[in-house]
Design a protein around this ligand. Structure first.
Ligand SMILES: [Zn+2]
Length: 190
């Protein structure tokens, strides 16, 4: 893997957590412990025009909290890794509903495997070593754990009958969570 700088790490972390309030500790951690993370955030806001809000912009945020509200309109030619452009990354994340395509977890969920907050990555469906290309049809959203191949989960999508059977045997609190999520997903914004 090519070495990536702290700004790039912050970029990736923010992109994987669009719409979620994140705190400075998480950003610093994502940047590999870089103490200059606040300068990097400012650069992203001022030079790259990323819509990152802080407590100065929103009363809902406390000092040290940030949120990237939406997919940034990136400058032409801005590249995240050698081959996958910001636009392509954003398209993959958007198409996959910001959800890990293997285990279904989303940013903000706690990964039961690592007990940590889920982070999303862009993974190749067919590995590059096997001739897989850096294009939309060969890319998918994966959480860190699935991206590392640590979870042994089938990639086939679950059927409605199977899902319903699982929901029926879950507790009421879990069923309510499912209801809330579905309700949010299928209710138009306005
Ligand atoms: Zn996953």
């Amino acid at each position: 893997m090519p070495r990536i700088g702290s700004k790039e790490k912050i970029r990736r972390f923010l992109l994987a957590n669009i719409g979620r309030v994140i705190d400075s500790r998480e950003i610093q951690e994502a940047a590999g412990g870089a103490v200059q993370y606040s300068r990097r955030l400012r650069e992203l806001r001022e030079q790259d025009g990323w819509p990152i809000l802080s407590h100065n912009d929103s009363t809902e945020l406390k000092p040290g909290q940030y949120i990237l509200k939406e997919i940034p309109k990136t400058k032409k030619g801005l590249v995240f890794s050698r081959n996958i452009s910001a636009k392509l990354r954003a398209e993959v994340l958007d198409r996959n509903g910001f959800t890990c395509q293997m285990c279904g977890l989303t940013p903000g969920d706690i990964d039961p495997y690592t007990k940590r907050k889920v982070r999303l990555h862009i993974g190749h469906i067919q590995d590059k070593s096997l001739g897989g290309k850096d294009e939309l049809s060969n890319l998918r959203t994966l959480c860190s754990t699935c991206n590392q191949g640590a979870k042994n989960i089938t990639t086939e999508k679950p059927s409605a009958i199977w899902l319903l059977s699982q929901i029926r045997r879950a507790g009421q609190d879990e069923q309510r969570e499912v209801f809330k999520w579905l309700n949010k997903k299928f209710t138009p914004d306005k």
